[in-house]
Design a protein around this ligand. Structure first.
Ligand SMILES: *Cc1c(COP(=O)(O)O)cnc(C)c1O
Length: 382
């Protein structure tokens, strides 16, 4: 009998999530409202942030952030090429230049040294990425940004529940979480900006809804008086309560969700010790709690087939894999416009040809993980 297809990710929706969304549908209020306000408060509680502003996506939040920071022509923004395309796209759309820096070969995260070497008089902002659920080495990175007077916003899309040296990621500085469908907690689509800067939070809140002045949420007036005026032109990035209610319900289970992900990851870790063709990412060398957003392996040099052939072979065995990420500087637009870093991105290039994300989601069973491990053995060690 053919096995059922095992996707690389499936959102873990339970009855309480369905009930939470159904309640919003029946409430007479489906767009931004009380559930979004509750979600923002719950995110502050969970990550220890002072302020949170929910948006329709992490990309939307990043757009507002770059806009608020005044990023534009002539500015350089330092970011890894080994990340999701949204960051580089927004920098480019605003007329600024993404400056790609290399990542550590084995944890795929930028280092303070790489960032410092990329700083020029035009550098305005650095956007480091917490990768796969592991934290960046924030202390030295923040020190470099401060030393050069450069702003920093952390891409915390993978890092809900991640801790760095005992502190949740998102508790300090500015960060942007994603609630997209494959993330550890999902709103279907959504994102949350967190900050300790109350004035910036207020501006982001305004920018997410046409730049209108905002009052406390009120059911009858959608949180603002009908007379509210444009304070500055803004966007239309407010998240619907229908989505916020789903994320809020899931957030209640964050510990269980991440524990389940960690358990599946530990099964992979144990198995891959005996498979030399498979090189998982290394855990960072600093104290941390891992949120296990992704389980990324690399096929070692000398493996008998390419990564793309490997993914095809997994698919033939009814197993889905992902690639996180295809290096941005090698994608068509960025290749053709000669977007480059300050140096050759050797580790990024080495990894982009070898990385593969294996199935990892909270409803995965142990026998699903065993199936993935058996398939990998049969493909790589026939
Ligand atoms: C998912 C993701 C984003 C974008 O999140 P959206 O909510 O889809 O806009 C940004 N950065 C990283 C690293 C991501 O994985």
């Amino acid at each position: 009998m053919m096995d059922e297809f095992l996707p690389f990710c499936r959102p873990g929706i339970d009855q309480s999530d369905i009930d939470a969304v159904t309640a919003v549908l029946k409430s007479g209020w489906i767009t931004t409202g009380p559930k979004t306000a509750e979600l923002e408060a719950a995110i502050c509680d969970t990550v220890g942030a002072e302020d949170a502003v929910a948006m329709s996506s992490a990309t939307a939040a990043m757009h507002c952030y770059l806009f608020a920071a005044g990023i534009g022509p002539g500015d350089e923004v330092i970011t890894p090429s080994m990340t999701w395309v949204s960051t580089a796209n927004l920098i480019t759309l605003l007329g600024a230049t993404p400056v790609f820096v290399d990542v550590d070969r084995d944890n795929l995260m930028v280092t303070a040294e790489e960032i410092e070497q990329a700083v020029t008089p035009k550098t305005r902002l650095v956007i480091p990425v917490h990768f796969a659920g592991a934290p960046l080495d924030l202390d030295p990175i923040r020190a470099v940004a401060e030393k050069h007077g450069i702003a920093m916003v952390e891409d915390t899309a993978h890092a809900l529940g991640t801790e760095y040296k005992g502190t949740p990621v998102g508790a300090t500085g500015d960060g942007i979480f994603s609630l997209q469908a494959i993330k550890n907690v999902t709103a279907a689509e959504g994102g949350v900006f967190v900050t300790g800067d109350a004035a910036l939070a207020e501006r982001m809140r305004r920018l997410r809804f046409h730049g209108l002045g905002v009052d406390a949420w009120d059911r009858d007036t959608q949180g603002r008086r009908p007379q509210a005026e444009v304070q500055e032109p803004g966007f239309k990035y407010n998240p619907p309560d229908l989505c916020s209610a789903l994320a809020l319900s899931q957030l209640n289970r964050l510990e269980q969700i991440n524990a389940r992900r960690a358990h599946i990851a530990s099964l992979y870790n144990d198995a891959f010790r005996d498979i030399p063709e498979v090189l998982p990412l290394s855990p960072p060398g600093w104290p941390h709690t891992h949120a296990w957003h992704l389980y990324v392996i690399r096929l070692t040099e000398g493996t008998r087939l390419t990564r793309d052939d490997f993914i095809e072979a997994m698919k033939a065995r009814q197993i889905g894999c992902g690639i996180h990420f295809q290096a941005i500087h090698r994608q068509k637009y960025y290749r053709e416009t000669n977007a480059t870093g300050h140096a050759r991105l050797a580790n990024t290039e080495w990894n982009t040809e070898r990385i593969c994300s294996l199935p990892l989601f909270p409803d995965m069973r142990e026998d699903d993980a065993a199936r993935v491990i058996d398939a990998i053995k049969s493909i790589l060690q026939p």
